[in-house]
Design a protein around this ligand. Sequence first.
Ligand code: ATP
Ligand code: MG
Length: 260
Amino acid sequence: MSEVISIANQKGGVGKTTTAVNLSASLAKKGKRVLLIDADPQANATTNLGLKRTDYEFNIYHVLIGNKELSDIVISTDYKKLDLAPSNIGLVGIEKEFYDKKNSGRELILREKIAKIKDQYDYIIIDSPPALGPITINALAASDSVIVPIQCEFFALEGLAQLLNTISLIRKSINKNLKIKGFLPTMYSGQNNLSKQVLEDLEYHFKDKLFKSKKSSIVVPRNVKVAESPSFGEPVVTYAAKSKGSLAYQDLANSIIKSR
Ligand SMILES: Nc1ncnc2c1ncn2[C@@H]1O[C@H](COP(=O)(O)OP(=O)(O)OP(=O)(O)O)[C@@H](O)[C@H]1O
Ligand SMILES: [Mg+2]
């Protein structure tokens, strides 16, 4: 049985792509068959894996407009058991097409496309853009659950209510089984009081929605190896496997495997 997990938060730069890439690479390292779907026009997940976003004539855009199947665009990566559905800047055009009246009812297209290849994977991870537009709706409609990365900074919880509201609307309409897998505090800095405050707030309001490793909450620290790994086109879990950032993502993968 495969599990589809979206990584979503309409706030920009909170660690969605870093989480999508490193969770995918960690699960693959542990022997799971993983497909990472890059559903962001920025194509950062594609580049983080060392691939060039201009190289893929056919990409997730063509799947979302219904012209291609995922099997037509999926490529294998340098990492064993990890496949990628690449993205490309052309995906920005999708918004316009989705809002075109003659294309209504497109919320379920990704779900339909995933259904055809689902059996080939243990986990399908979807990286979504910083917006609650049609791409994120497609991702949430296609998913069993969602992981919400939350940056431990000022304004961290701003916008969270809107995201939770969107999730609840999706549950009431197109995907009643969508679960919140958990909140993942990211870029946590122990020297920063604000960071500590955000974590305390999360533990107070959402205790049962934080991922756990040996009873303590899994928190991704602000870590220089995490920050520099994308420029080497590598996930931190291979670039600096023993770094603190990498260990947090491996804990996250373990917690997800255990929760099956
Ligand atoms: N734990 C961390 N420590 C240090 N830097 C990090 C960490 N997590 C992410 N970053 C850096 O912060 C930036 C934003 O991260 P990322 O791209 O994962 O966020 P995002 O939510 O996907 O952004 P967007 O909304 O633009 O898609 C990147 O430069 C990334 O390398
Ligand atoms: Mg991103």
